[in-house]
Design a protein around this ligand. Sequence first.
Ligand code: ZN
Ligand code: ZN
Length: 353
Amino acid sequence: MHAKISEFLQSHELDAVVVSKQENRQYLSGFTGSAGILFITRQNRYLVTDFRYIEQAQNQAPAFEIVRCAGIPIKTLTEVKASLSGIKRVGFETDHVTWESYQTLAAALPGVELVAIKLDTLRAVKTAVEIDRIERAVEIADRAFGEVIKSVRPGVRETDIAAELEYIMRQLGSERPAFDTIVASGERSALPHGRASAKIIAPGDFITFDFGAVFEGYHSDMTRTVVLGKASAKQREIYELVLRAQLAGLDAVQSGKDCRDVDAVARKIIEDAGYGEYFGHGLGHSVGLAIHEEPRLSPTNVGVLLAENMVVTVEPGVYLPGWGGVRIEDIVVVTAGKPRILTATSKNLLELY
Ligand code: ZN
Ligand code: ZN
């Protein structure tokens, strides 16, 4: 991590960066607290946080000098005179700093040129330790899914299933749900982000589960669509179509490939079947300390290439308003050959009785 930020300072001709986004703060320092900033110069590393987090910061970020602040972190930093000598160009995270924070920063660093930067791409290629943590989060979600489907039956609410799923993941070691758990049944399965509702699950419903666990800060993300009872011919047709697109998308994931082209492989299968307009989102996204990271697999992400040890999802879907929908999502590690698929749950259409 440290080599990456040193290289970043050099290549962007910066004397320092202010890191305020939580994921980047954790990535570069190890500190998991909810408040504070990093101020990284070419010589020094400071972590400014308030009294609630001093001990935690000392434990988690031994490479950083911990500075205690009473109010706004950046104001405190300017009192550490040594940190600012010779500092002329300072990067700030343009996709995170608010207008108000920017004004504070500018007032605290008079005469310094503030440079808009984005640090998220530093996190795109994962280390072995990061991949290991993601794998643990994937395992928890796989096991929890295997358990929770045993309790899916007519008459239960979507929220009952979501609550149980989250409870099981927690028991298995998840820190929290990776995002608001999606359990969308019947017509609601046509909502790509149909958060679990009070809807009662009925025979014949498609049920889409999209959920994940968090292990040591790292997320997992998986989607499976099942049928309560016997699948109709149309349900089977749509399911098989999405599965074919998903398998083709997985096959296309490889280092050196353009993100747009990977998306296009899966999208073409759905378009050729006449359902292109019902697949309105990108094929996938990277996953790590955040649930949605760069790079994304989407029609608009042109010229961005996959690299080994990126971790991405492949999740095509077809959503027919008023009828229902299917999405199938796995998480994979990008390699020079076939991707390493982490998600272990079967993708055969599951009919629950
Ligand atoms: Zn998902
Ligand atoms: Zn996803």
